[in-house]
Unconditional design. Structure first.
Length: 276
């Protein structure tokens, strides 16, 4: 599984309040219809394929927009080593080897990247069914590969360097390195023991095609709004081409009064949920 993509699709916790609504929305203006999907990065390709409305929206698109479309592996493997694995025991290293793709050098990952990867793996273990866990192609990779195979236009909303910089600047920015290393060890030990570690209510809700949106509140994390603002120029440019676009970004980016749905509405687009 291409788990490394999870680093670059961020670390946002789901909102627990607000209005339950669809994860797939229709975007309309001047009789042109496009779509935006709020993704959940622990789910795989089967989630897309099993829902006919999502699959048809992707199939009908001429342009596909994703958070990132660049390869991450070469960037990671060609940078300097951080050697955070030196802080791990042999059993912790063994567990980490299950979390990270074999083509990635774990020593070249930052402590924040290691934390994101282990958290995502633990989320999958805790919240997905056995069948869902066997789905080895993550949702974002599947959409990207489908766009390439069907020769659709493909747009990345930011480059990998920008995403890495966002993560290193904002994620756990006030936590010192010693505490982050301790947290990594805690997560690896929890994974090795098979401990269920989170409330999965929002993930289970997502599996039904729903999400709890709160369009009246400010975003909790500034990094979400900062990325939304940066992405809007490319999103609007794609929509203004009068082609059917399929936009797939983390569900949290659709949420709040500064989310992409609100920003599209402010730019004259009608955005309505599709019942799944």
């Amino acid at each position: 599984m291409k788990r490394i993509i999870i680093i670059f699709t961020l670390f946002i916790s789901f909102s627990i309040f607000g209005q339950e609504n669809s994860i797939l929305w229709k975007i309309e203006k001047d009789s042109v219809v496009s779509y935006i999907l709020g993704t959940n990065h622990i789910f795989g390709k089967a989630f897309i394929e099993k829902d006919q409305k999502i699959y048809d929206a992707l199939k009908s698109s001429q342009l596909v927009l994703l958070e990132n479309i660049q390869s991450k592996d070469s960037i990671i493997n060609n940078r300097k080593a951080f050697h955070y694995t030196d802080h791990l025991s042999d059993s912790e290293k063994k567990t980490l080897s299950k979390v990270i793709d074999k083509n990635i050098n774990a020593d070249n990952l930052t402590i924040r990247e290691l934390l994101l990867l282990t958290q995502n793996y633990w989320d999958r273990f805790s919240c997905l069914s056995d069948k869902e866990k066997r789905d080895k192609t993550v949702m974002d990779d599947y959409i990207k590969d489908y766009a390439i195979q069907t020769k659709k236009g493909l747009v990345g909303l930011e480059n990998i360097s920008e995403t890495i910089n966002f993560i290193e600047k904002e994620y756990l920015k006030d936590v010192d390195e010693t505490k982050m290393i301790a947290s990594l060890k805690f997560r690896l030990n929890g994974i090795s023991k098979g401990t269920v570690q989170k409330n999965c209510d929002m993930d289970h809700l997502y599996s039904t095609g729903k999400y709890k949106f709160d369009f009246n509140s400010d975003v909790v994390y500034n990094i979400i709004y900062d990325r939304n603002k940066n992405w809007m120029a490319k999103i609007l440019n794609a929509l203004e081409q009068k082609k059917t676009a399929f936009i797939a970004v983390g569900a949290a980016h659709l949420d709040y009064k500064t989310g992409i749905i609100a920003l599209l509405s402010q730019n004259g687009y009608t955005v309505t949920p599709i019942n799944l």
